[in-house]
Write a protein that binds this ligand. Sequence first.
Ligand code: GLU
Length: 451
Amino acid sequence: MNVITRFAPSPTGFLHMGGVRTALFSYLYAKQNNGTFALRIEDTDKARNKTEWETALIDDLSWLGLKHDTFSRQSDRIEIYSKYIQKLIINGSAYISKEIPKEEGQRHEVIRFKNPNKVVVINDLIRGEVRVDTTDLGDFVIARSFTEPVFHLAVVVDDFEMGITHVIRAEEHLSNTPRQILILEALGAPRPVYAHLPLVLAPDKSKLSKRKHGETVSLTYYRNKGYLPESIINFVALMGWNPGTDQELFSLDELIAKFKLEKVQKGGAIFNINKLNWINREYIRKLSNHSFADHIVPFIPEWLKTNDGLFIKLLPLLRKKINAFGDLAAILSQEGELGFVKDLKSYEPDILRWKKNPDFQITQRHLLAVKKLLENLGKGDWQVPKLTTSLWPYALEHGKGDVLWPLRVALTGQERSPDPFTCANLLGKEETIRRIDIACQKILTIHPTNQ
Ligand code: GLU
């Protein structure tokens, strides 16, 4: 069998992370069976569709690396649906129904499906057997006119015409399946295999929804925050599927090899941001320096873009500190942990004192001693290992906290920061000395007697 799957989004809003999963699983299933992955834009709801959303959807999928093999758009296929509506009327499965409009503007005529009122048995690949008595559905509407098919009709016609063998979609659509099966039976179309994917849940087990969780359910949110596409793919693959081994990191190719649709769980899948962060950190760790640098450029402030020396020195540090590239702006901001590389913010002299030995006089003595040791270092020796060895004996002799705490605060103006050798290396000799002088000056202004 030549497997053909489809992803059939409606361009009525951003791509939901659940939608990413539907696309991914459909893609994986097609690719692992040497089949075809179809992208179908379901834009029959004229009032809610926007071309911008369609463009964004296509862009999102290509960013994720989920390349489609065929493309179609329902609004281009109205004539085809019209032909099928006529066919259903002619074969007695549908009829034009005169309606009494309940509201102004409502139609006097719609096309209804003649419900055979039977029990439909769905053998869902994930959910198992599902039986539904369709009697309650009544004679449902399949088109508002010959050129205005309702969603169910368009889906069935397309799945039939496109030879879709596997319908992989969200659980929300399970309730649509009985109607769609009735229509396809009336058309004499073969039944595809259905696989309804479990709901995506927030950590509090509520359904992850746009209404409740806002933009955090959208792929755009994570793209803008600077997550890598390979991390999103990896993360989303594990929402409802697991390989049954300890492996947690999968490239798209590995997923094609290892993913098993039959192994997708029935119960809701929890969206765990910590897991996404962990996965993304792992992928960031694997990037070459060059690629990491390329990736972060759009996320860093202008002043750093134009300071190559500092940029290169900062790279390893930045890589360790972030979950996603979007975290860089905060870390490098005035309030951030690494903001000191740009400007020394004003700070209270009090924080220069090591808490276990809060004596200003001693603090200042250490700062001056350290300054002298640093002044003896040539510019070529201004690197973390040399800086460390030049200060280490003094720090060991007088107490690491006593010596290194005031130095670190002097260089950064803050209580939390990287170690002082790293800070000095980032700042360069001149600026390091300047900041030590500032610290000594601060102590002098409150303790003139120290002179
Ligand atoms: N257009 C539907 C949606 O965006 C999907 C329909 C289907 O997969 O059958 O939710």
